[in-house]
Design a protein around this ligand. Structure first.
Ligand code: FEO
Length: 166
């Protein structure tokens, strides 16, 4: 089965975005680990693995069509978190940017009547809803539990309980 050059480019771009997200979460996990947030570190290590799985899903899709996926260099993430809340806010922003890219690619696939790619990207669109909701829910906890040391430790504990199930 053939897919257009434009769609191939969009999917290769998405591979880079997912790889970038994986590296960003890996760097965020490192920041959490050295900042004393072990629960959040475990959570972000899992999130990094999940983004790599997303990247591989697109790579395998392209390869299954006989199109060798493009694996590009990923720029190192610029991590400047000032707090755990800050790290989670930046993560939500990251996910929102990925959602915009997925929606753009979905629109292109629809325009090209490429329903195989459309079906693949529909899975990603649903996944983005899940990911954005997840970060919004944990960010809400800063309003409900608080921002003092004990509250942040509790949020770190909640993140630990969710690590591995992101
Ligand atoms: Fe796979 Fe969260 O972007």
């Amino acid at each position: 089965m053939d897919i257009s050059k434009e769609i191939t480019q969009a999917l290769n771009d998405q591979i880079s975005l997912e790889a970038g997200a994986s590296q960003y979460y890996l760097a965020t996990a490192c920041w959490c680990e050295v900042s004393g947030y072990e629960g959040a570190a475990a959570y972000f290590y899992t999130q990094s693995d999940e983004e790599r799985m997303h990247m591989l899903k697109i790579i395998k899709f392209l390869n299954s069509l006989g199109i060798s996926a493009k694996v590009s260099a990923v720029p190192g993430p610029n991590i400047r978190h000032k707090s755990l809340e800050d790290a989670l806010k930046a993560s939500l922003k990251n996910e929102q940017a990925v959602t915009v890219a997925i929606h753009k690619a979905l629109t292109l696939a629809h325009k090209k009547s490429d329903y195989s790619t459309f079906e693949l990207l529909e899975w990603f669109a649903a996944e983005q809803v899940h990911e954005e909701t997840k970060f919004e829910a944990i960010l809400q906890k800063f309003d409900t539990i608080g921002r003092d040391g004990l509250a942040v430790a509790e949020i770190d504990r909640i993140l630990a309980s969710q690590a591995g199930t992101c």
